[in-house]
Write a protein that binds this ligand. Structure first.
Ligand code: 5GP
Ligand code: MG
Ligand code: MG
Length: 181
């Protein structure tokens, strides 16, 4: 285990198993509308690893596209300010959009994003989030697919960073607080 991590919350195997289940659920739910077009949107950079694994667990034709927004900067606290740094390349009007998110904390980032994407008139818009923090006040966001509930601690790995580090850890763990306090 990385020396900056105090404990592992979700192991590589637990992540793989859960992502496979989420992919199977999406395959089942979207099979009837697959020919209308499905676009998975990943919110860079944290959700890129999750989406790469989730996409391979979906047995339907899907397009993969990316957006970059910023709400955290390099710190560990949400600023509540969301900026679009990179927009989608695809048109999503009339197509079924699934946002792949890494973690829902305050929900402010996703709330902003969903409003923005909804204004482009997709046929449907749903959220697949790997993690959801449970002990925080959250914007009212309905996630059709949630991987795990997680404790309100600062976590890293499997795409999640602190100051751009730790994204490539194959598991998710708690970052030692003395590293960011
Ligand atoms: P929100 O707007 O929901 O408060 O924050 C969403 C974004 O903040 C996530 O997509 C993620 O990039 C970042 N974030 C929230 N909690 C954590 C955490 O515990 N660890 C890391 N590395 N990023 C987090
Ligand atoms: Mg994110
Ligand atoms: Mg980050």
């Amino acid at each position: 285990m990385n020396e900056d991590v105090s404990r592992v919350i979700f192991s590589e195997q637990e992540l793989a198993d859960r992502v496979a289940e989420m992919g199977a659920a999406i395959t089942r739910d979207y099979a009837p509308v697959a020919d209308e077009g499905i676009v998975m949107v990943s919110v860079l950079r944290g959700a890129a690893i999750f989406m790469a694994d989730l996409a391979r667990a979906i047995e339907l034709p899907i397009e993969m596209d990316y957006m970059a927004v910023s709400s955290y900067g390099n710190g560990a606290k949400s600023s509540g300010v969301v900026r679009i740094l990179k927009d989608l390349s695809s048109e999503i009007t009339g197509r079924h959009v699934i946002i792949a998110e890494d973690i829902l904390d305050s929900g402010l980032t996703l709330q902003y994003l969903m409003k923005n994407l909804q204004s482009r008139k997709p046929a449907s818009l749903e959220v697949a989030t790997l993690l959801r923090k449970k002990t925080r006040a959250q914007a009212d966001i309905r996630c059709r697919y949630t991987g795990f509930e997680c404790p309100d601690e600062f976590i890293v790995g499997y795409g999640l960073d602190y100051a751009e580090r730790y994204r490539n850890l194959p598991y998710i763990g708690v970052l030692k607080p003395e590293l960011y306090q």
